[in-house]
Design a protein around this ligand. Sequence first.
Ligand SMILES: Nc1ncnc2c1ncn2[C@@H]1O[C@@H]2COP(=O)(O)O[C@H]2[C@H]1O
Length: 410
Amino acid sequence: MVSRLHQGTQFRQRLYGILDQGSGVDQFGAVVNWTLIGLIVVTLAATVLESVPRLAGQYAKAFQAIEYAALLTFTIEYAARLWTAIEHPRWRRFGAIRSRVRLAASPAGLIDLAAVLPFWLPLFIAADFKALLVLRLIRFFKLTRYSPAMRSLLEALYAERRALVGCFVILCGATLIAAALMHLAEGAAQPDRFGTIPDAMWWAIVTLGTVGYGDAVPITAAGRLIAGLTIFVGLLMVALPVGIVATAFANEVHRRDFVVTWGLVARVPLFSELTAAQIADVMKILRAQKVDKGTTIARRGEPAHSMYLILDGEVEIRLRHKHVHLGAGDFFGEIAALRQSRRSATVIALQTTRLLALDASDLHSLMDREPQIAARIRDAAQARLGEELETTGGDLIPAELPNTKIQPRI
Ligand SMILES: Nc1ncnc2c1ncn2[C@@H]1O[C@@H]2COP(=O)(O)O[C@H]2[C@H]1O
């Protein structure tokens, strides 16, 4: 009985790992996830083709088969996600029901539900559900889960939401002012196009958007002057959000550098005792970083914000009286990150090195959650500190630094 229960939990953990981390878990995980991605793409293509009446008539059976297969698969996937939600490391403490409610209410959960729920209706209610054809395109958003680039773009938009809302507010103001001025200047000359402010707003939006359909053009001198100014403002208005999003997107992509996969994290010795679900959780707080040979990764005495795990390559720890080499599987930077102080040594990359960086705040919460990892990191820090104290006579942090305690990064 107990072993059955244990097997059930193990299966749920494995399923969670596959659904949450996909291709990185193992070959079976890769097959499951590529099947889901393939089905999303096929159902989207089928939706588009089905809107062509000739094709809809000719291949009606094939379209129906694709829809049934997709609906059934996505429904099973949704149910499996709900069932395994309790394995989510941050939700586990909420228990079965609350963790499932959390999943159902999350953006990804809502997209998964919207991708299936409306499409069951025609099977039970006899009515014309033509709009459902277009609604199927919601399934496109399921791809966000599998595309780091799409995720990066959404994260960039989210990170810059305040600046973008600011741009939108300014754009609304500019539209109103341009429309009102144009209504004053052109209202009498062209009452059908600029007779009211809402009429003139169409012109303002098209001009500020730098589209210029040419269906409404000023004919008075004052109107042309206002149009000229509006075009200049429009150029600025378009450049502003485009620049903000492009910069944020580039930063986000560079920050990721390479994709942290389940396989990479599972290979790190420090995480060797974690379950699939725990590894999945750790993945979310790690940042991938690639450094070139000769790069100074940490400088003695500098404030520290992260600890690093070496995936491959080699680094040199330059202590006062000796140099220590660390390679794949080792970690460094834990001393300052733990003590929220400054670096005790300079660290240089001896080769091109791939690292996983862990922010100090994330390190602390990980250590709170995972006592074995906490013990291993603390032991290493203690041993390294002890060694260094022995050779420096206790002068670990440079004396010229007045305040070794640093503020956490916001
Ligand atoms: N004796 C040592 N052997 C190996 N690594 C060390 C030793 N002393 C310090 N380090 C590492 O070098 C890092 C420099 O930055 P931190 O002080 O944050 O953390 C330090 C340790 O991770």
